[in-house]
Design a protein around this ligand. Sequence first.
Ligand code: FAD
Length: 318
Amino acid sequence: MKVTDYFDNANGNTLISFEVLPPLKGGSMKAIFDTLDPLMEFKPPFIDVTYHREEFIYVKKTTGYYEKTAIRKRPGTVGICAAIMHRYGVDAVPHLICGGFTKEETENVLIDLNFLDINNVLALRGDARKFDGKFIPEKDGHNYALDMVKQIANMNNGKYLDDNIENGEKTNFCIGIAGYPEKHFEAPNLESDLAFAKQKVEAGANYIVTQMFFDNKYYFEFVDRCREMGINVPIVPGLKPLTKKYQLNSIPRLFHLDLPQELATAITAAKDGKARKEVGIEWSIHQSKELKAKGAPCLHYYTMGDVETIKRIVEKVY
Ligand code: FAD
């Protein structure tokens, strides 16, 4: 079923969904199942699986020189989605990125997804690789998520890259895109970022999942701004608990967002790791309850492998 069908059938209730990362190379599906098994009691209608492209690292050779090497630490996504659907009978949403893919490779992945009856995708550009400095698309790849949304929408209309294909099967993808309540870090301002989000919706995107935020005001303002601009698709808040001291710096650095001073003070004042975790869990419970009370269509939790924390939050909210 499509993600948006779940929202339509929810009768105004706030749904719940989870996001998992593929295991590190050499790992097994057990890591995913260990995360999801305890969370399935909350009946998430869909589970997202992130995509991680290759990274460059420098490996010291016997000569003493360093060699730039590409490694993909977390391969897999499509197979994981199929395994999740098979095991739990819920829908899985693979994240697809432009980075590292030609248009044809993107098309081939989408064809596989269609064959597997995976009808939901989150269409993303992906970040710049470390050492690249800025996002560099493949030679015949997409520059922006907008272009991927257009490609998927074309396939939903039976239009493939090869013009010679007539009466191609119409795929049935429900297309999610990313949204940034505190704006995407490359965008000159929120208005510009939203103008592109609007283009993605006009091109066929069906819903938005947001970057994490720790002050709900950003989400509510974001939804208001979207509605004012005529972006009327469901907007799902993405949530992650902050439970460790180093995250006070790493989360703003990696995700380009602000942390409320009240949260920062409480985390800093907590006497040990256990107490910090309690602060983060309480904060996330409070955030979740307010978002639910104000009618968010779904709460989307980034699990990051920390099932115990996520479970404690969700138990208090649902
Ligand atoms: P785009 O929509 O392409 O936007 C990128 C930037 O360009 C923005 O500043 C935007 O304002 C601007 N822009 C957009 N369209 C145009 C245009 N046509 N012309 C000029 N400028 C334009 N990354 C991963 O690698 N794997 C994942 O699994 C993953 N999952 C994510 C899930 C969520 C919910 C979120 C919020 C992010 C996720 N990301 C993931 C990160 C994402 O790939 C990065 O944030 C990336 O930098 C931007 O992706 P995007 O799809 O928003 O890009």
